[in-house]
Design a protein around this ligand. Structure first.
Ligand SMILES: O=C(CO)COP(=O)(O)O
Length: 252
């Protein structure tokens, strides 16, 4: 546990006005959090809000894009390349979010290719995986997670800039948070899979964070689970509650 610094990401998804972003940044800037030796914080505004956030956000928080294209800059209307993100000084990108898998139809293969491309260009990747309710009820949670990780493991060798976000689809935006036992069980299985398929070192050092209805009222308890190394927060990251979630790093 000690080797893995707690990681809290705020995924703002497709939300925000200039006014609400300014107000949220102001709230975050005034918040007290443990030092950067205890917690790493990343926020992910929409692409067009990134410059505003970059110029105004406290410097101990980093920024992540919510997506990147699978190739470099070029004739890809509507996309953002890793090169553009690197040029803007954005250190992280979220890839494979279940909303993009489900709504845009991104496959695990495409997400693996994107992960490889972005890592090669120097970005850190927050790689999202997780099962649907039907898959959980069919007892396929681990199978689904392993199936989403396998194409990535086949393509990358350096995991030092990968954070795995386990986000069960049934818990996202539903208020139905996984219990600490449910999340811990899957996190431990993912870590075991990494040990088996990649290496013991990668398993020991890779942060596996939980996402899905994380809030100020449940983050302290979730943080105590030994294999939960942080959170990817949606709805609560748009509110002052995000500061409370960040502070749960002290419970880990
Ligand atoms: O999808 C999520 C973060 O990426 C989680 O969203 P909620 O926290 O709103 O459930």
């Amino acid at each position: 546990m000690g080797a893995r610094k707690f990681f809290v990401g705020g995924n703002w998804k497709c939300n925000g006005t200039i006014k609400s972003v300014e107000s949220l940044v102001d709230t975050l800037n005034k918040g007290e959090i443990p030092g950067t030796d205890v917690v790493e914080v990343v926020v992910s505004p929409t692409a067009v809000h990134i410059p505003l956030v970059q110029s105004s956000l406290r410097k101990d928080f980093a920024i992540a894009a919510q997506n990147a294209w699978v190739k470099g800059s070029g004739a890809y209307t509507g996309e953002l390349s890793a090169e553009i993100l690197v040029d803007l000084g954005i250190p992280w990108v979220i890839l494979g979010h279940s909303e993009r898998r489900a709504l845009i139809g991104e496959s695990s293969e495409l997400i693996a290719d994107k992960s490889k491309y972005c890592l090669d260009k120097g970005l850190g990747v927050i790689l999202c995986i997780g099962e649907s309710l039907e898959e959980r009820e069919a007892g396929k949670t681990f199978e689904v997670c392993a199936g989403q990780l396998a194409p990535v493991a086949a393509k990358i060798s350096d995991w030092s800039k990968v954070v795995i976000a386990y986000e069960p689809v049934w818990a996202i935006g539903t208020g139905k948070v996984a219990s600490p036992e449910q999340a811990q069980e899957t996190h431990a299985e993912i870590r075991g899979w990494l040990a088996d398929k990649v290496s013991a070192d990668v398993a020991a050092s890779t942060r596996i964070i939980y996402g899905g209805s994380v809030s100020a009222s449940n983050s302290d308890t979730l943080a105590t689970a030994p294999d939960i190394d942080g959170f990817l927060v949606g709805g609560a990251s748009l509110k002052p509650d995000f500061l409370k979630v960040i502070n749960s790093a002290t419970k880990a």
